[in-house]
Each structure stands twice: as C-alpha cells, then as structure tokens.
Design a protein around this ligand. Structure first.
Ligand code: DGL
Length: 233
C-alpha cells in the first residue's frame, strides 16, 4: 500500500471516502475552499453503516478503500467519517506514505463557545464506545460537561434517502431531547452524515443552540498538510 510522493505531484487527485454519502458533506467543502483540487470520492454504501459494526470490520474496510484509492495515484487521503477515523486511522497511518487526514468532532471549539458549559455530541454507536474518541472527549472536557449521544438508525435513514419520513423526526427528537433537558447549548455533529439533517435539527431546538460541524476544519487541515508538502494544486 506504500506510496511515496515528490513535489511534482501536486496535480494528482485527493481521495475521500466514507461508509456512504456522509463524506460528501466534507467533499463539498473541499470543492468550495480548494477549487483547483481534483477529488475522487468513494462511498462504501454496500457496507454502510459502519456505526453498528465491530472495530476489526471497520479497519478491514478502511484498508480496502485506502488501497483502492491509492491505486488511483492520489496525493492525500481524507477519511471523511468519524467512525472510521477513531477506529482505524492510527493503524492506517502506519501503512501508508501519503498524508491521511481524519475527521474529529469539534469538541474543543464547542467547549470554548458553550456558555452553559454543557455540550452535546451526536455520534454513531461505534464512535461512542471507542477509546480514542473517549480520550478526545476527556482531553477537552476539564471545565465542561460533555453528553455523548449515540444515534442508531439515523445513518440508515440518510443512506436510504428517507429523511422526509416522520420516523426521522421522531428518531432525532429522541436523541436531542435528553440533551436539551441537560441544558446543553452547543451541539456537535460527530458523524459526517448528520449535516444532512441540520434543518431538521434546527426545527427541534432553540435558535440559540449552536451546532458545530467539522467539514471546514478538516478541509483547512487538508490544505495545511498539502501546503506543507508543496502539494497544493
Ligand atoms: N459518516 C460516518 C461517520 O462520520 C457514518 C458512520 C456509519 O456508517 O455509521 O461516522
């Protein structure tokens, strides 16, 4: 899987993948902020959702997808999936020579902005139980309370294009309501699928509740890593 790059390879594409359509929220931001870049997007829809799968399954899928994208001669790889990042990025980085950028939930900025000092985070089940993720939460929650809310079933609805069904609203309500009852004023979207539900989330919460996504910080990190290696198109 190893591939090394020289400075003349700035014209090569960037590989982006997710378990399904969720990573498109990241790809869209890359397209907007880095319009000269060429993107190859891979959606592992056959195996979605990752959130209900064990870690070794997720690691195998990440290895397979990375291999497929690296075979297309990419200059950098973006794991546009929180679940895949926390479960597999450390192992993958040991195996590949190109920059690998992952998605991490915006807990740090959320902690800085919250006035109630109570932050909610919506994640998949495989993220919620992951030690790397729990360590990240611990690192940034010394002066705030973080409420982790797993959201089983949401990714499936988004993948099936069923978000206009009443079931989607009631499922969302069952995940958000307990957080509002805890006086959370900042909500972190810890799964790249959830930005597709942002209007629905806004309909269920007070306007003052701040919703934090990660597409832009990930894109900035990608830009930084490419610039560092003289690989920006
Ligand atoms: N977009 C993935 C994430 O950010 C969804 C995981 C899944 O397939 O359950 O976590």
């Amino acid at each position: 899987m190893l591939q090394s790059l020289s400075v003349s390879q700035a014209h090569l594409p960037i590989g982006i993948f997710d378990s399904g359509v969720g990573g498109l929220s990241v790809a869209k931001c890359v397209q907007k902020l880095l319009p000269n870049e060429h993107i190859i997007y891979l959606a592992d829809s056959l195996h979605a959702p990752y959130g209900s799968k064990p870690q070794d399954f997720i690691q195998q899928r990440v290895d397979t997808l990375a291999k497929q994208l690296i075979a297309k001669n990419i200059k950098a790889l973006v794991i546009a999936c929180n679940t895949a990042t926390v479960n597999a990025i450390d192992e993958l980085r040991k195996k590949v020579a190109i920059p690998v950028i992952g998605v991490e939930p915006a807990i740090k900025p959320a902690a800085a902005r919250s006035k109630t000092k109570k932050v909610g985070i919506l994640v998949t089940e495989a993220t919620a139980r992951n030690q790397r993720f729990l360590n990240l939460v611990k690192r940034f929650s010394s002066n705030i309370e973080v409420f982790i809310q797993p959201c089983p079933g949401l990714v499936e609805l988004i993948e099936q294009g069923d978000i206009e069904q009443p079931k989607c609203d009631s499922l969302l309500r069952s995940f958000i309501q307990p957080l509002l009852e805890k006086d959370v004023d900042t909500l972190v979207l810890g799964c790249t699928h959830y930005p597709f539900l942002i209007d629905k989330i806004k309909n269920q919460v007070d306007q003052r509740l701040e919703i934090m996504e990660t597409a832009e910080p990930v894109t900035r990190e990608l830009q930084r890593q490419l610039a560092q290696r003289n690989l920006l198109a």
